[in-house]
Ligand binder design. Structure first.
Ligand code: SAH
Ligand code: SF4
Ligand code: F3S
Length: 443
């Protein structure tokens, strides 16, 4: 066994990766490893990488470079790189040639082989680079060490079949595969028995849940069943696709007790021409129809989105349409990105790429407008009382606590021992674009 051996995991990217990192931790702890918060102390370092944009990759190379020193000090240190970036051949080749400090490269599809490979490395003192280029069914259930005692991620499907023309995810995460509802429900019940009060259902397009299973059962049915689980307090889900978000889901949310009134619906662009080039499968009008239905059936809500600026061929007019849409919908928040060329995707081959300085300018303009809207929306919550799930000390100021409202607003309030993991009431007295502040009125 690996007594007195420590591991350190660095995670980039989305919730799928965060959740995979919990499984890496689970496998390592079964092998006898313990976690450490000091990189220097680690005997095993795992980098869980993301490749969705170029920036994400650059960060990883920078980090691997800096780990070289640690390896010099501790030759027994094992460094592994996994995650989405390792499903692409170019970065794997680069690591093979330029970063000898990396002992193991593993992909997303063979992650469950980590313990076996780690043992091989230690027994034979050899470097292993092994990535499966395709999924082989759903990865078996793996032990998991959760980051939170009372919040948990639950995978309902893996992969993506949408092939948005800019996106690399379908190539690195494989085809869409839904988990059986029986397994999902059992997992959630076990989590609740273990003290979890909030779950987030994970999938690249949760609204198409079970489409591949050919059953007369869909996402709304799954939500309905989960809503019945005693002891569970909150249900969230990520990510929705506007093409597949239907009225039955909205009505289920309206009628449910536990499904949070936060709608994250990535629009990507406000121009129909660009949406079509992106292969998103909906128009601006379709999107606005869903927003109207949400506002009609679930009026107390928050709506957030993802937007890409500078997609190849995006004209000033197209961009202006995105700005108009942002003003019309009045999103609570938007994650805004500059288009990043991902080789192997159809959009990367287009010859009408937008220069970097124009992308920068558009991004700044969009963020400025959205920040004002976010502030306005948050100011509407002044003097209102929100139910907040307490997560613990806030990152920037350990003298305060933080939590999330049902609408996923970040709320900061004075520190109070013994309330972590509980749902309390906070009256809001200060609003910023990204954060609300308030006083506890009931614990
Ligand atoms: N499955 C989810 C999220 C995928 S990645 C969805 O469909 O919404 C998260 C976000 O990254 C996307 O919504 C998109 O806005 C952004 N993104 C994906 N590929 C990108 C690229 N090549 N350049 C810039 N942003 C990108
Ligand atoms: Fe990427 Fe589109 Fe799939 Fe989302 S739905 S992961 S943006 S291909
Ligand atoms: Fe990145 Fe992979 Fe998620 S590419 S965004 S970590 S699915």
């Amino acid at each position: 066994m690996n007594k007195n051996k420590y591991y350190f995991i660095i995670t980039y990217g989305c919730q799928m990766n965060e959740h995979d990192s919990e499984k890496v931790a689970g496998m390592l702890e079964e092998m006898g490893y313990k976690p450490t918060t000091e990189l220097k102390k680690a005997d095993f370092i795992f980098l869980n990488t993301c490749t969705v944009r170029k920036n994400a990759e650059l960060k990883v190379y920078g980090k691997i470079g800096s780990l070289k020193q640690l390896k010099r000090k501790n030759p027994d240190l094992v460094i592994a790189v996994g995650g989405c970036m390792m499903q692409v051949s170019e970065p794997v080749d680069k690591i093979k040639k330029k970063f000898p400090q990396v002992d193991l490269v593993i992909g997303t599809h063979n992650l469950h082989k980590l313990p076996e490979l780690l043992n091989q490395i230690k027994n034979n003192d050899q470097r292993i680079i092994t990535v499966w280029d395709q999924e082989k069914g759903i990865i078996p259930d793996l032990p998991s060490v959760r980051q939170s005692k009372f919040k948990a991620w639950v995978t309902i499907m893996q992969g993506c079949d949408n092939y948005c023309s800019y996106c690399i995810v379908p190539y690195v995460r494989g085809r869409e595969r839904s988990r059986l509802k029986k397994e999902i429900i059992t997992e959630v019940k076990n989590l609740v028995a273990d003290g979890v009060v909030e779950i987030t259902l994970l999938g690249q397009n949760v609204n198409s849940y079970a489409h591949d299973l050919n059953q007369n059962y869909g996402f709304a049915d799954l939500l309905k069943e989960l809503d019945q689980i005693k002891g569970l307090k909150r249900i969230r889900y990520m990510t929705s696709h506007p093409r597949d978000f239907d009225l039955s889901t909205i009505k289920t949310i309206e009628e449910s007790e536990k499904i949070c009134e936060h709608f994250h619906l990535p629009i990507q662009s406000g121009s129909n021409k660009v949406l079509e080039m992106m292969n998103r499968g909906y128009s601006k009008e379709d999107y606005l129809k869903i927003i109207n239905l949400i506002n009609k059936y679930v009026p107390y809500n928050s709506i957030t989105t993802d937007i890409i600026v500078g997609f190849p061929g995006e004209s000033e007019q197209d961009f202006a349409e995105t700005l108009d849409l942002v003003k019309e919908v009045m999103f609570d928040m938007a994650f805004t990105f500059k288009y990043s060329k991902r080789s192997g995707t159809p959009a990367a081959k287009k010859d009408n790429q937008i220069p970097e300085d124009i992308k920068d300018k558009r991004l700044q303009q969009l963020m400025k407008i959205q920040n004002k809207i976010s502030l306005k929306k948050n100011q509407k919550l002044l003097n209102k009382t929100l139910k907040v799930l307490v997560e613990g000390e806030s990152k920037n100021n350990p003298e305060t606590f933080m939590g999330r409202s049902r609408t996923n607003k970040l709320v900061i309030f004075p520190k109070n021992e013994g309330i972590t993991g509980k749902i309390i009431k906070v009256k809001i007295d200060k609003a910023q674009s990204w954060t609300l502040y308030g006083k506890i009125i009931q614990t």
